[in-house]
Design a protein. Structure first.
Length: 58
């Protein structure tokens, strides 16, 4: 899988909704467990996904 950048758009309980930076619609939102994301992540944070790892980017 190729590297992608996401924005965390919503947190519901133990799960987060991520949207690709270049996508305007919610058709391809990713629903993922918060435990797989970096500690301290919050709504509005930008994340980089590569090699099964998410990192916070600015």
């Amino acid at each position: 899988m190729e590297p992608k950048d996401y924005i965390l758009i919503k947190i519901e309980g133990e799960y987060a909704y991520l949207r690709e930076v270049n996508e305007a619609t919610s058709d391809k939102d990713v629903y993922i467990a918060l435990a797989l994301l970096p500690a301290g992540v919050d709504v509005g944070d930008k994340l980089h996904y590569e090699m099964f790892t998410y990192t916070i980017i600015e």
